[in-house]
Design a protein around this ligand. Structure first.
Ligand code: SF4
Ligand code: SF4
Ligand code: FES
Length: 223
């Protein structure tokens, strides 16, 4: 049985068990998101998918679709909140897009363009984080990590390895590699793992493939 909820004035059909974002995406709508992947259980880590459900803010990736819900996504107050959230993600790490291999194919960069984000209004944190280049096939650069937990969930739910975890609190929250040394080379990860390929930003990258696609032909170069 399919029934509908309202998204910005449009009826959206859903199936039992759907989240708002799953049903909306299937119906061809775009709700901004960074930590949602339909193959994985919901996490609610990034909050970029926040919409208004019956007038109250809620994450579209953790909210079950129900008949008759009134969901607002494309309102100016929500867009403003998204721009602020994205600005926080940029200042919390070290993001230098012109020199980043992920540029043009990065979900954070793309979301910032789509939301109309310009310069951050807060001071940059410039945290000091070491790059882990120990693995023969992968880079781990947590300067660009937005703590979306996609690699954590993919490694556990899809690869069955549990290579990554999130540790610490508040501003000290960070990505942890499960290995005796804490380095990627000593973990069970392989370059073919889903966890090695799912990072939406340039934090987990394959080696020897940087800048392989010319500017103008990268996934997000076209409007
Ligand atoms: Fe820019 Fe994305 Fe690279 Fe960060 S990860 S520097 S936002 S391209
Ligand atoms: Fe998300 Fe990438 Fe950080 Fe993993 S390394 S938590 S996938 S941003
Ligand atoms: Fe919903 Fe990240 S996509 S909280």
């Amino acid at each position: 049985m399919s029934t509908t909820f309202d998204l910005d004035g449009q009826p959206v059909p859903f199936q039992p068990g759907d989240t708002v974002i799953a049903a909306a995406t299937r119906a061809g709508h775009t709700i901004p998101h960074l930590c949602w992947d339909p193959r994985l259980g919901p996490s609610g880590a990034c909050r970029l998918c926040t919409v208004e459900v019956n007038g109250r803010p809620a994450a579209a990736c953790t909210t079950r679709a129900l008949a008759g819900l009134r969901v607002a996504c494309q309102t100016e107050p929500l867009q403003q909140r998204r721009r602020q959230l994205l600005q926080m993600m940029f200042v919390e790490g070290n993001h230098f897009c012109p020199s980043c291999e992920k540029s043009g194919g990065c979900a954070l960069q793309s979301a910032a363009y789509a939301a109309g984000m310009t310069g951050p209004q807060w001071e940059e944190f410039y945290p000091q984080r070491a790059v882990d280049a120990s693995h023969p096939a992968l880079w781990l650069d947590t300067n660009r990590c937005i703590l979306c937990k996609l690699c954590v969930r993919a490694s556990t739910e899809l690869d069955g390895k549990g290579v990554f975890a999130i540790g610490g609190h508040g501003i000290h929250t960070h990505l942890i590699v499960h290995s005796p040394s804490g380095r990627l080379a000593d973990s069970a990860i392989a370059a073919t793992d889903e966890a090695a390929q799912i990072c939406p930003v340039g934090a987990i990258l394959p080696k020897r493939r940087g800048f392989a696609v010319p500017i103008g032909e990268r996934p997000q170069d076209t409007p």
